[in-house]
Design a protein around this ligand. Structure first.
Ligand SMILES: *Cc1c(COP(=O)(O)O)cnc(C)c1O
Length: 403
C-alpha cells in the first residue's frame, strides 16, 4: 500500500529525540526556544511562539485579541473544521464565504461583501500550501470605509484600528509570495506541525507574529509564553534556577506549550526542509506532466509570477463527474493499494455547521471544487516509481468508472 502522507522518521530524528530525552529536560526548554528562533529567521516574521497545535495556538490568539460574543470572523467555507471550530469556541460567529474560481483560496470579493461593523478578523487559509491573495486582503482591511466602520474593543484592537488579517498557514510553511515566506505575509499566522503536515513535530504548531511596528513583539512573545502555560509568569525551566521558585498568575491562562521532544523532531525537519520542498515540487511536476495530457483531468494551480506553493497537497480534479462517481474512483484507487484523500469536506456539509444554519448551496465554487477533488500522495520519501504507480492507479480507476 502506498500511504498518503507518512512522517519522515529516520535515524537523524531518532538521535535528536534521544538526545533530548537524555538531556534530562523533556518539556519546554532550550530546544523549543531554538526552534522558535529558527522559525522566526526562516519566515522573516517578528516573533514566533511554539505551541502544541495550530488549533490551540489560534484559540489562545483569538482570546488574547479579545474576540468573543457579538464579533464576526470571516473565513472560507472550504477548509478544515479547525479553522471554524476555534471561532465557535471564542464565542464569535464564523462568517463563511466562497472561494476563487482559479484556486482553492478565499475570494477577496466575497470577503468584501461579508464585512460588517462587527467583523474583527479574517482567517485566510493557504489551501494546499498556495498563499492567498494577501496583497488584496491587506489592502482591503485598510480601505477608508472599513477602517471608519471598525469598532475596536480593548487596547490591541484600538491600536491596530482595523480588521486583523490572520493566515491559516497550516499547509503553507515555506510557501512564498512576492519573495517573502508565509508567517511574514499577514498580521499573524498559525502553522500546524501535525504528523501529516509538510513539517512535523508529531503534534505541534506555532504562531508567527508580524503586526505593525507599533506593537512590541518582544512583549507579545513574553505574554504568550505565559498565556500558553496557565498564565504562570515563570516556566518550569526558569523555576529550576537557584531560589527562583516563586511565581504568580495574573490571569488564568491555557495549557498548550510545545515540549522539547517535539521541538527535537522539528529542528531536524527544519534543517532539511528545503530538500523536502524540492522533492515535493518534483512530485507535483511529475503529476502535472502525467495528468496535464489527460482530457478528464484538471490539475491544481501551485505557482504564479508572485506565488510559490509549499506543495502540501496535490488536488487533482476529475472533469464532469458527480460526487458519487468521484467516490467510486477513489474506491478503485484504494483497490490498487494507493491511499488518496479528499481535502476537504466543505464546512457547510458537516453536521455541526449544517445545524448552525450553513448551507452548501450558498457556496457554489466550494462545491464545484470539492465534488470532483482527489488529493494524491506527496511526501519526501515517495519515489519516482511510486509516483508512476499512483498515476497508473488513478488513470485505471477513472477509465473503469467513466468509460
Ligand atoms: C491541520 C489543519 C489545521 C489544524 O492543525 P492542528 O495542528 O491539528 O491543530 C488547521 N487548519 C488547516 C487548514 C489544517 O489543515
Amino acid at each position: 500500500m502506498i500511504p498518503f502522507s507518512p512522517p519522515r522518521i529516520d535515524q537523524k530524528v531518532i538521535d535528536e529525540v534521544t538526545a533530548a530525552l537524555q538531556s534530562g529536560w523533556i518539556t519546554t526548554g532550550p530546544r523549543t526556544k531554538l526552534f522558535e528562533k529558527k522559525i522566526t529567521e526562516y519566515c522573516g516574521c517578528k516573533t514566533t511562539v511554539a505551541v502544541n497545535s495550530w488549533t490551540m495556538g489560534m484559540q489562545v490568539f483569538l482570546n488574547w485579541w479579545g474576540i468573543g460574543e457579538g464579533d464576526e470572523v470571516i473565513l472560507p467555507a472550504y477548509t478544515y473544521c479547525a479553522s471554524a471550530n476555534v471561532i465557535v469556541h471564542s464565542g464569535a460567529k464564523p462568517v463563511m464565504v466562497d472561494i476563487n474560481p482559479e484556486d482553492f483560496n478565499i475570494s477577496v470579493d466575497a470577503v468584501r461583501k461579508a464585512i460588517t461593523p462587527r467583523t474583527k478578523a479574517i482567517i485566510a487559509v493557504d489551501l494546499a500550501g498556495f498563499p492567498c491573495d494577501y496583497d488584496l486582503l491587506n489592502d482591503l482591511v485598510r480601505e477608508e470605509q472599513f477602517v471608519a466602520h471598525f469598532q475596536p474593543k480593548g487596547e490591541n484592537q484600538t491600536k491596530l484600528g482595523r480588521i486583523l488579517v490572520i493566515s491559516d498557514a497550516a499547509h503553507s510553511f515555506g510557501a512564498i509570495m512576492n519573495g517573502n515566506r508565509t508567517g511574514s505575509l499577514t498580521d499573524v499566522s498559525s502553522f500546524s506541525f501535525h504528523a501529516v503536515k509538510n513539517l512535523t513535530t508529531a503534534e505541534g504548531g506555532a504562531l508567527s507574529f508580524n503586526l505593525p511596528d507599533s506593537f512590541d513583539h518582544e512583549a507579545i512573545y513574553k505574554e504568550f509564553c505565559t498565556l500558553i502555560l496557565h498564565g504562570q509568569n515563570k516556566d518550569a525551566l526558569a523555576k529550576t534556577q537557584k531560589g527562583n521558585w516563586r511565581y504568580d498568575v495574573e490571569e488564568p491562562g491555557f495549557k498548550c506549550n510545545m515540549t522539547d521532544l517535539q521541538a527535537a523532531i522539528g529542528l531536524i525537519e527544519l534543517e532539511r526542509y528545503q530538500e523536502n520542498l524540492d522533492r515535493r515540487k518534483e512530485i507535483f511536476s511529475q503529476y502535472d506532466e502525467a495528468f496535464g495530457a489527460e482530457a478528464w483531468a484538471i490539475t491544481p494551480l501551485h505557482t504564479t509570477g508572485s506565488k510559490v506553493s509549499s506543495y502540501h497537497l496535490y488536488q487533482l480534479r476529475i472533469k464532469d463527474v458527480s460526487e458519487q462517481q468521484r467516490d467510486a474512483i477513489m474506491q478503485e484507487i484504494f483497490e490498487q493499494d494507493v491511499s488518496v484523500n479528499v481535502h476537504f469536506l466543505p464546512l457547510p456539509t458537516l453536521t455541526a455547521y449544517k445545524k448552525r444554519g450553513y448551507n452548501i448551496e450558498d457556496y457554489p465554487e466550494t462545491w464545484n471544487k470539492y465534488h470532483n477533488e482527489i488529493s494524491l500522495p506527496v511526501y519526501f520519501n515517495l519515489t519516482d516509481e511510486q509516483v508512476a504507480m499512483v498515476v497508473l492507479a488513478v488513470t485505471n480507476a477513472v477509465k473503469k468508472v467513466l468509460y
